[in-house]
Design a protein around this ligand. Structure first.
Ligand code: C2E
Ligand code: MG
Ligand code: MG
Ligand code: MG
Length: 262
């Protein structure tokens, strides 16, 4: 416990000193290969401990309340990078992971709106990703915040779909635009069962008139198995690992999606 609080204090300091990093993982329209956007993933290289997995950082941040500062930092930094790409004429979306604790925070929406207007970013180009556990604490407040975001024109994605406990109930209650199929189902080239689950989830998304995203695509075999689904978006090491913003820009430029001379 003591160690976790010490780490939280260091995390807070790292935010103040701007020592965190934000990586981008491209999201690809599987059928055409078009890049549609990127997901922002937190990275912290601790001076002594080295790389600390974001799951663990978020866990500690949630436990100690530092999560609000983490989320604000991610939104600030992420939207600044997003606006740079928009100014270069690259039409894309940015996906931001939101913690359950953020949905207990009345000031979140106001903060997002201020940041968005400061950078002149269209809300529809921002997707907030949440996991099923995210709304557990105060379901009413969580639903109100999500509905606020929805009505302001932001997009909402259900992350890691299929790994929670009450997925369908959750889907019936909340506003959302996108279902992200958890990466644990992406060994579909070996498991017929996962193939069926993936197929059903894509059908479910299409019947609900929302986008489907398959995350954790690691091989060409899997990408090929998915390319006949209309509109399906893919994300995974096969397309690209998450990378620092500068590298992401270079990656976009090399694949002729971005002209840095503009
Ligand atoms: P997530 O939102 O489900 O993010 C996807 C995770 O899958 C990322 O792990 C990504 O690096 C990894 N991934 C992507 N492609 C592949 C693949 O082909 N194979 C495999 N095995 N993994 C792949 P990462 O970056 O370690 O993040 C873990 C989790 O930490 C995220 O899961 C998210 O829940 C949380 N997280 C990361 N950044 C943030 C953040 O800024 N805020 C919040 N609240 N949570 C974050
Ligand atoms: Mg995510
Ligand atoms: Mg996920
Ligand atoms: Mg996850």
């Amino acid at each position: 416990m003591h160690k976790r609080f010490a780490l939280a204090a260091e995390l807070q300091k790292a935010i103040e000193d701007d020592d965190l990093e934000l990586y981008h993982q491209p999201q690809i329209h599987i059928a055409t290969g078009d890049v549609v956007g990127s997901e922002l993933l937190l990275r912290w290289m601790h001076p002594e401990m080295g790389f600390i997995p974001p799951d663990y950082i978020i866990d500690i941040a949630e436990e100690t309340g530092v999560i609000h500062q983490v989320t604000e930092w991610v939104i600030e930094r992420g939207l600044s990078q997003h606006s740079k790409l928009l100014k270069l004429g690259f039409e894309h979306t940015v996906s931001i992971n939101i913690s359950g604790k953020d949905l207990n925070d009345n000031s979140l929406v106001a903060h997002i709106l201020t940041t968005v207007s400061r950078f002149s970013i269209p809300p529809a180009s921002i997707i907030f990703e949440l996991t099923e556990s995210a709304t557990a604490e105060d379901p009413k407040l969580a639903k109100r915040i999500l509905t606020d975001l929805y009505e302001q024109g932001f997009k909402i994605a259900i992350d890691d779909f299929g790994t929670g406990y009450s997925s369908l109930d959750y889907l019936s209650q909340l506003p959302f635009h996108e279902l992200k199929i958890d990466k644990c189902f992406m060994n579909i080239d070996v498991s017929e069962r996962n193939q069926t689950i993936t197929d059903m989830t894509i059908t479910l998304a299409s019947r609900l008139k929302v986008k489907a995203v398959a995350e954790g695509i690691e091989t060409e075999v899997v990408a090929n198995m998915l390319k006949d689904y209309e509109g399906l978006i893919g994300q995974g090491y096969f397309y690209s690992k998450p990378m620092p913003f500068i590298e992401y820009m270079r990656w976009l430029q090399e694949s002729n999606r971005l002209d840095l001379r503009r």
